[in-house]
Design a protein around this ligand. Sequence first.
Ligand code: ME8
Length: 644
Amino acid sequence: MNAEHIGPASAPRDVFYATTPIFYVNAAPHIGHAYTTILVDVVTRFHRQRGDDTFFLTGTDEHGEKVAKAAERAGVSPQVYTDRVAAEFRATWDAMGIAYDEFIRTTEPRHQQVVREVLQRVYDRGDIFYGEYSGLYCVGAERFVTEKELQDGKCPDSEEPPEYRTEANYFFRMEKYRPWLRDHIERNPDFIRPERYRNEVLAMLREPIGDLSISRPRARVPWGIPLPWDEEHVTYVWFDALINYWSALLSRGLEQRYWPAVNHFIAKDIVKPHGVFWPTMLKAAGIPVYRHLNVHGYWLQDERKMSKSLGNVVGPLELQAKYGRDAFRYFLLRDMSFGLDASFTEPAIAERINADLANDLGNLLNRTLGMLSKFRDGVVPEFGPLEPDDEALRDTFLSLPEALSAHFDELHYERAIEEVMQAVRSANKYIAEQQPWALAKDPALAGRLDTVLRSCLEALRCASVLLESVLPEKCRALRVQLGLPDVESSLADARRWDGLPAGTQASVGDPLFPRIDVAALLDELAAPDTEPLEHKTPIDITAFGALELRVALVTHVEPHPKADKLLVLTVSLGAETRTIVSGIRAHYTPEQLVGKKVVIVANLEPVRLRGVESQGMVLSAEDPDGSLSVVTVDRDPVAGAEVR
Ligand code: ME8
């Protein structure tokens, strides 16, 4: 979340700079955004474990027609609107424990200045000219689309119909760089990966790509960065946005250190801007091109891409609260093969968690610590002489750091995880075969029991190191149960079979991965929404108008320290955070509330409730039996949206 992970520049380490797309602030963060962001978090953590000098960039894309229109719909200025939604993205990533090093917003002066410098450089080189253009423009994807690209008359990226436009714009001589780009991609097979997307871009480059319109008349689209040589035009949103990857480093003086060792991570919707616009822009500006463009598929729901405009969105914070932060990360990384689409369903999350985490890993931990506590008072024993079965288990685990590194380098995250889980399963099998409970019955076999227990402990310790990038909190908690300190591990810790000193006191803790009741989940998902009817007493409209009702995103909840009926909620209104004390403790656990978008009365005088100031009131519905349900909102309006 800050620079604390960045080591000294002089250390002889590999450099790993990874980026997510900067997301449009026309909608609140959804699971698709969360996936790419979690993925980059996992990959960066893994590289840090490997000893690389890492830097993780994310942020928000705030200019352009699409965002300006969203602000208009919300009835506020673009600046107020973007401040609000950018804050919601940031609050969401923070609540999800995403360890980004930098969060960039394209409305920040430091970014705008770099965009203007890059534009001026390309202009001075003669690669920008003024001209007129007619074509089909898609506001959803913020780009011109060709007739050929259309699918059923709609833009392939946004699935929205484009509109015909004629406009005088400045153009970037992109076509001029087509032969160079084709050659570059052909010479560097891993420039765009996996291969299907490389082929997709090569196919685009087989025919003329045309020149790129890079400005919009300010009179029509005032929300953007003015061109340095003609203030009557603002920069086209993609030319502005792509530069974030460079401006974020430049504004911190980090470009020498991290550029061009960059790994961009995106989904397949934005391959053309990243695979064609961006490298040609860099080339024209005299900046070395990025190292890798890594393209993943879509999360689908009911066979369709999950997206805000399609209205089939699941909130990432809600899922995290329901299934646990680490378990949710595990599902996303394990159930998508990088590059391909994957289906998203809640029963699939539950089944994955139960099979891999509660059963395989959870059982290995519980059985091992249970036996250690029963037979050795929880004290880690010495190894005796190793038998072939012990050596086989050891060798399985000690081969994993190399295997994992290779899978990560080849973007096969799901295989990396599966390989560790296979080793975990082999450790469970080892227990079944060695039968420590039988060894414990014969005092003459005490040494053998020590070796078996110690082997299981080392297996668990290694697994916790290998899975730490995916399950950061749980793996550390697991090592704490083994008696080790609560610190980030290095991959080198998984290259040894003696990382847990004999004599260490282990202790059984709470189960790390509770089983999910799938039957109850299916019932819950099938339950119809029933709303009790209420009789309303007529009131004067001005009485209603005096109320300020707002949508608030619950980011954190804890019990009131002094009152057992109250919960203390931290809620985000986008640009503002508030504390609200609410009497719903008998009706909700904190986990059930985090991630929900509730409706609050925002203009009540603050009151102190048993020593905690409450800055608003959460609305809830009361059933005849007195049980309360908080009022949430249909669709997914941004936090802070006014309820009228
Ligand atoms: O395109 N499955 O922003 P955006 C997987 N501002 N990933 C998904 C997804 C899904 N169903 N839906 C979205 C923009 N994503 C531009 C980017 S970069 C210089 C400018 C993720 O808010 C995925 O990473 O539309 C995708 O590429 C991105 O969100 C698009 O986010």
